[in-house]
Design a protein around this ligand. Sequence first.
Ligand code: PMV
Length: 365
Amino acid sequence: MTEQDFIPSSYPHPLMKGSVSFQSPSNIALVKYWGKYGEQLPKNASISFTLNECHTLTTLHYMKKDSPGFNFEVYLDGNREEGFEPKIQKFLERIQTYVPFVEDYTFRIETSNSFPHSSGIASSASGMSALAMCLMDMERQMLGGMEEDHFLKKASFLSRLGSGSASRSIEGPLVVWGTHENIEGSSHLFGVTYPYEVHPNFTDFQDAILLVDKGEKQVSSTVGHNLMHDHPFAEQRFQQANNQLAALIPVLKEGDLDAFIDIVESEALSLHAMMMTSTPNYILMKPNTLQIIERIRNFRKDTQTKVCFTLDAGANVHVLFPNSEKDRVTEFIKNELAPFCKNGEYILDHTGQGAVQKNVNQQVR
Ligand code: PMV
């Protein structure tokens, strides 16, 4: 498929006024995307678990207008959030070629997150994918229907143009984004559900998100991705990520939790190593991030529990473990890791199936 496949010819069933709501989750990458080119295209393939509890609910109210041009307002938890508007403006500019109707409507975008705004959990993946699903639902109605496969691919394609990792939030529980020679159907343009056999060890996998630092990120993802352009280790990193994804295929099939742990922790530390070795360099981990990592490793060594950590572009720690270890690990988190979290806070999440529509459309033609 190419970008051209996502450009519609005309809309035979235009809409006048209505609203649509979608709930879309966050995701946590096992093999990380860090470095991009062109229009939000990844330098390497990545794979993530789609989450379930951390999500954004977005309602898109639309009203047809006479003169073309972007016209929208964003509301977070009922309050106008002008701070989000430049990002949405940029998103609309990027997707306009593919959903040209966006300049024919006045939009009111109402959004809320299931996780606290200041939790340090990025809302871009869940937020952009929820909005993309709402727009795709409008397009589907205006075309008088659409194949499910095309709907999902295009929703992921649009999400990607908002935030790269958002392309992996449309479906679940395991999504690959980025062309990889060992993964059939994978594409730089959109995320696809992982197409091969997955051992029951990975069913309903658990992710406890430990909130180490709830402040604003010191360095945005956009700046971080850009620092990969002249990075001395960039090419080796992209190769490493693709190799780790290839290595993950038999691991997922056989349910090899030890090999899974090795790959996932290597990916987390490699991501942060890129940040620590860029020009300028920066460190997003906090002392408590390292305290937690050390305790997880000691606990694993002492008890043989199949638990590991991963990191996003921030100080929070995602603790990953199979459902079968739930009681033991949640007890360990409560007693030994929570003291290193801001206000002792953490979120228990697990793998999910992706975005879902939340209400029946009320449209007036
Ligand atoms: O989606 P972005 O542009 O915010 O990039 C985020 C990338 C990481 O979260 C650090 C890794 C990943 O693959 O999700």
